[in-house]
Design a protein around this ligand. Sequence first.
Ligand SMILES: Nc1ncnc2c1ncn2[C@@H]1O[C@H](COP(=O)(O)OP(=O)(O)OP(=O)(O)O)[C@@H](O)[C@H]1O
Length: 593
Amino acid sequence: MSKTTPKRLLLSKEDTWIRPYFKKYKKLLALVLFLGLLTFFSASALMFTSGFLISRSAAIGVFNATLPAKPENIMKVYVASVLTRLFGISRPAFRYFERLGSHNWVLKMTSDIRLRLYNSLETRAAKAKQNYQTGDIMGILAEDIEHIQNLYLRTIFPTLIGLAMYVLVIIALGLFSVPFALFAALMFGVITILIPLVSVAVNQARIYRRKAKRHELYTELTDSILGVGDWQYSGRQAEFLERYNQSEASVREEEAALNKHTRLRNVLIQFIYGVLIIGLFIWAGTYFAPDQLNWVGAFVLAAFPLMDAFNPIANGVTEMPLYEDSAQRLHQLPNPDEEALKEKHVLEQLPTTGALSFKDVVFHYPDSNKLVVNHFDLEVPSGEVLAVLGKSGTGKTTLSKILRGDLLATSGEITIDGVDVSLIGDDMSKVIGVLNQAPHIFDTTIFNNVRMGNMAASDEEVIQAIYQAGLGPVVDELPNGVHTFVEEGGKRFSGGERQRIALARILLQNVPVVIIDEPTIGLDPITERALLETVFEVLKGKTVFWITHHLVSIQHADRVIFMEDGQVKMDGTPQELKATNEHFKYLLSLDDA
Ligand SMILES: Nc1ncnc2c1ncn2[C@@H]1O[C@H](COP(=O)(O)OP(=O)(O)OP(=O)(O)O)[C@@H](O)[C@H]1O
């Protein structure tokens, strides 16, 4: 949490998350405000007519059967009774429709914001995964968006309605007496303007603190629940509970301080009301002639419902810093509209030939400063088979994940046919296929597993890919052929056969680039060699990024690089390296053996 207050964003011109909805749903907003105004008008009018009715009835003795009632008096009482009934019905009716409208407005708007949040996170999934913990996103969804709902329901609507009532009441009083209207303007001004402003100034820091603590609580709790097994295995459940209870107590402490302030503020507001009501009583008592005293009761009673209109303003405005903080956090997310534009641009020119370019790429995992990829430079022409060798932990797999956009480079540029990989997004599966140690085999038929590579492919194309991947001899032996169920995880088939199913899927995907990350681990040398023969045969023409530890089939590579500490240490054709490089020769001899 920063101590300095950030530049105000909420409802400013730069606000792209909340302000635009005012325009988008402006008609419904105007209706809601109008209904709100009518609700309070009806409430005051109800009290006014009731006050008049009671005083008048008492004065003329309508209920006193011994006194004769004049027809004009009865008429006045009659009109007042009808109006009382009318306002008695219209007040809850307007309230109901105002609630319906305002909640409808807010739900529309928050559903738009949620969608926008999803798009924002989804368009840059890799970046989001790196930059936001799950708890962060929970915090945004649960806290920030809820705050924005409250911003409207508890602050903006009541404040606008309250201020409009304020103006109307002062004008109405001004018609009777300008000095008293000025006095009321001052009193109501203190309640609707001065107290809310002072309250927000006094509580701003505390509200930020409470929000930061609550957010920490969310993040911590989510992380801890996701890793609850670790807490249990390490026997530290008590420590976990202790930490959680401490965080919660600290949030409660802030809340208690805020509640105390709210109680004091409410007492002050009630006191000012008291002064105002007494003032109103005295003024009305002197203003109306002795035979018009029933208006006194009407005026005094009409003032009471105004409390309901003005009270929420102080509460709502005091919460502004909370909303401001939520607005700041939402604005830190990537702007989905801009991202969508970029992606649209990229979609029109999705890579087709597969020329790879790494320029000064640097990467470290968020929890470590070690540069796993360290100022890495490499150009791979389209159609080249590149073998990437190197000791365990030198960053080969990490580099391939950056290439696929699953991880976002800390700095540097990676492009395929000139297109920045981070912009390809969900379309990456149309550009890069992956054959790795553990291909995902779904619990369905061979045919369906392969079809997943390209749902638009025809049956013939699927079958062709299955045969190209060398599964012909296997499926021909099966009673149901390509429609045989693979069983869970493909356990009906051997490791080599599972890799061939994955290979068939890649063939159907028809991608320009394929990453091969040691798919032959665990296979016997004969199966390994046979699989690699098929792989390089069927992938001819594609750019292949082949991560390997040993040199079986290395003759299929056009070029070999050695990685060390996240950099290229050696680079050449297999023939060149065989002639010049001792380490390469040594590895070859190991494989031959
Ligand atoms: N998710 C992760 N978080 C933190 N560090 C990681 C993560 N994944 C990998 N590393 C670290 O990054 C370094 C490079 O790992 P990487 O898997 O890219 O190496 P590699 O060369 O592919 O290794 P191998 O040949 O064994 O597969 C290692 O030190 C590894 O411990």
